[in-house]
Design a protein around this ligand. Structure first.
Ligand SMILES: NC(=O)c1ccc[n+]([C@@H]2O[C@H](COP(=O)([O-])OP(=O)(O)OC[C@H]3O[C@@H](n4cnc5c(N)ncnc54)[C@H](OP(=O)(O)O)[C@@H]3O)[C@@H](O)[C@H]2O)c1
Length: 301
């Protein structure tokens, strides 16, 4: 069994990860030229981390991205690629999966990594995440599989996504993880209260956060009393910090001491630029709590 040590956790992420989920078939369906323009602009902005999963675009988005690396192989050395495995999802190109299930067995992980390497047209993955907790997982088997992938030079670092704190601990004890990718936003506050973020602070592990804007559904209609209250607070903070709602949502996450790195889901390079503007700002504690309470729809106890 491997001992966890900080020296094994040496990865540096850029201030935001660039998510690819909505850029392929599940969203904008970028042409190769659009992919190239988007990736090159992100790199120019200093955003070198791209977040994938084998399943995005029904198992097609990694290959879309790979076409860029085939055409412009030098870009590979300027970026870090995170990808995920462990979900078996029925799709036209996966007829063997009859239902959705999770699999963290050695055979499935190795096969998924081989597929991702081929699709992405690269010979290594920077960070491999187990996408969802497989309730039947065997932590020893996972640790041995990670060790093998690392020794073979196919994956540099490992993490998990959407695990409970105890599931995270079970794997991290066997093999040092570099990140936990979780959902969090003013629309999804559980990780602030359920121990997920506390654990990462304690272990000095950087959380990466998906749907930081709640998947773009943050533009509240103001129908309910809670939405009206939240909109009122947001309006005040927009004026005070000279940021828009999306930027405030990112600043809210960045205020947490765990060092949250949001995974941006936008398909627009100007919105990547916009996100970077929050780097020079800090949210005052009282404003953070005003947002938190309004987002919860209740006063703190
Ligand atoms: N680990 C997991 O289980 C998991 C699950 C889901 C996602 N992810 C990862 O997390 C990434 C981000 O998730 P997400 O797409 O739900 O993130 P998000 O940033 O919360 O939502 C992005 C959506 O919001 C829209 N949007 C509207 N106004 C915007 C503004 N001012 N600025 C930015 N975006 C705005 C975007 O549209 P435009 O394109 O028009 O800007 C896009 O459709 C994904 O790409 C994926 O890599 C991981």
């Amino acid at each position: 069994m491997k001992q966890t040590s900080l020296s094994k956790r040496m990865i540096e992420f850029s201030p935001f990860l660039v998510g690819t989920m909505r850029l392929g078939k599940w969203g904008e369906d970028f042409s190769t030229n659009q992919w190239i323009a988007f990736i090159e602009r992100a790199l120019e902005l200093g955003l070198k981390d791209f977040d994938h999963a084998d399943i995005y675009g029904d198992y097609t988005t990694e290959a879309d991205f790979g076409k860029v690396l085939k055409e412009k192989p030098h870009l590979r050395h300027e970026m870090q690629i995170t990808t995920k495995c462990g979900i078996k999802m029925p799709a036209d190109n996966r007829p063997e999966y009859k239902i959705k299930s999770y699999d963290s067995g050695e055979k499935h992980i190795i096969q998924s990594v081989e597929n991702s390497l081929r699709n992405l047209q690269t010979d290594y993955i920077d960070v491999l995440l187990l996408h969802r907790p497989d309730f039947l997982m065997n932590p020893n088997e996972i640790a041995e599989t990670f060790e093998k992938l690392k020794d073979d030079g196919k994956v540099k670092f490992f993490g998990v996504s959407n695990f409970s704190p105890s599931q995270f601990e079970m794997i991290d004890k066997m093999f040092p993880l570099v990140t936990h990718q979780i959902e969090a936003s003013i629309r999804y506050l559980y990780p602030f209260e359920d121990g997920t973020l506390d654990q990462l602070v304690l272990k000095n592990i950087i959380p990466t956060v998906w749907s930081p804007l709640g998947g773009g559904k943050y533009l509240l209609k103001g129908n309910s009393k809670e939405e009206q209250d939240l909109n009122q607070i947001l309006k005040k903070l927009i004026d005070k910090y000279e940021l828009n709602t999306a930027q405030l949502m990112l600043l809210f996450l960045k205020r947490h001491p765990s060092g949250i790195i949001p995974v941006l889901g936008t398909s627009k390079t100007e919105r990547l630029e916009e996100a970077l503007k929050v780097e020079s700002k800090t949210m005052e504690k009282e404003d953070w709590y005003a947002l938190y309470s309004a987002a919860k729809g209740e006063e703190l106890p």
